[in-house]
Ligand binder design. Structure first.
Ligand code: ATP
Ligand code: MG
Length: 214
C-alpha cells in the first residue's frame, strides 16, 4: 500500500499499482531491428511501463561464439534503444559476472512493486528445457512468447503463466549480420542507423578486427 493524497490534501490508502517491466535477454551480438520490434510490440500489447534489454555477459550456451566485448555490445544496444520510448539497456548480467542464468537475472531485477515479464522469441522459448533453475524462473515472471507471424508458438508446461505476442516476420539474425560485416556487405536497414554508425566507429565484426565468426 502507498500513501496518496486525495483532491483535498487528505492522505488516503490505495493499492499500489505494480510497475510492469519487460525483460529481453540476449547476446545482442549485434542488436538488430528484430529485437526492437520484439520489445516495442510487447510493450504496447501488454501495457508494459518499460522493457529492459539485458545484455548477456557470459552466455554459457554460446561459448566461443560471442565476438564483440560486453562493453561494445552494451554500447550498440544503448544506441539502438535511446530513440525509442520505454526501451532501456540493463547491464545487470555483465555487472554480476559469471554465467548468464535467467533466474539469477530475474532475482536481481525483482522489486516488491514490480511485475516482471520475460520476453522470449519462439526459438529461445523452445530452448527453455535446457535452462538452469527453471522452476525458480517460473515463480519469478510472466512468460511472454513472441512469435513471428506464421511460426508455431512453442508451449511451455501448463504451470507457466504465459502471454503471446505476434510480430511481423523479420528474418534477421545477429549471425547473418556478423557474416555480412565479415564479407563487407551492407547492414543498412537491418539495424538502426545509430548502430551502423557505432559498429563502424568501433570497427566491430570486420576481419581486420578479429579472425571473424567461428
Ligand atoms: P544469433 O544469430 O547470434 O543467435 P539472434 O539474432 O538470435 O542472435 P539473440 O541475442 O540470440 O539474437 O536473441 C535475443 C532474443 O531476441 C531471443 O529471445 C530471440 O528469440 C529474439 N530474436 C532474435 N532475432 C529475432 C527476430 N528476427 N524476430 C523476433 N525475435 C528475435
Ligand atoms: Mg539466437
Amino acid at each position: 500500500m502507498f500513501r496518496h493524497h486525495d483532491g483535498l490534501g487528505r492522505p488516503v490508502e490505495s493499492r499500489a499499482v505494480a510497475e510492469r517491466v519487460g525483460v529481453l535477454g540476449g547476446t545482442f551480438d549485434p542488436v538488430h531491428v528484430g529485437h526492437i520490434v520484439v520489445a516495442a510490440d510487447s510493450r504496447h500489447a501488454l501495457a508494459l511501463d518499460r522493457v529492459l534489454f539485458v545484455v548477456a555477459g557470459d552466455p554459457w550456451q554460446k561459448r566461443g561464439q560471442v565476438i564483440a566485448s560486453p562493453a561494445d555490445r552494451v554500447a550498440l544496444v544503448r544506441a539502438a534503444v535511446e530513440p525509442v520510448d520505454g526501451l532501456e539497456v540493463s547491464t545487470v548480467e555483465i555487472d554480476r559476472g559469471g554465467p548468464s542464468v535467467t533466474a539469477d537475472t530475474l532475482e536481481a531485477l525483482a522489486r516488491p512493486d514490480r511485475e516482471l515479464f520475460l520476453l522470449l522469441g519462439a526459438d529461445a522459448a523452445a530452448n527453455m528445457p535446457t535452462w538452469r533453475r527453471l522452476e525458480e524462473t517460473r515463480e519469478l515472471c510472466t512468460l511472454v512468447i513472441v512469435t513471428r507471424a506464421g511460426e508455431p508458438a512453442p508451449a511451455p508446461g501448463p504451470d507457466w503463466d504465459v502471454r503471446h505476442v505476434t510480430i511481423p516476420r523479420l528474418d534477421i539474425s545477429s549471425r547473418d549480420l556478423r557474416d555480412r560485416l565479415r564479407t563487407g556487405r551492407p547492414i543498412d536497414g537491418l539495424v538502426p542507423p545509430a548502430v551502423v554508425h557505432e559498429i563502424r566507429r568501433r570497427r566491430l565484426y570486420t576481419p581486420t578486427d578479429r579472425d571473424g565468426d567461428r
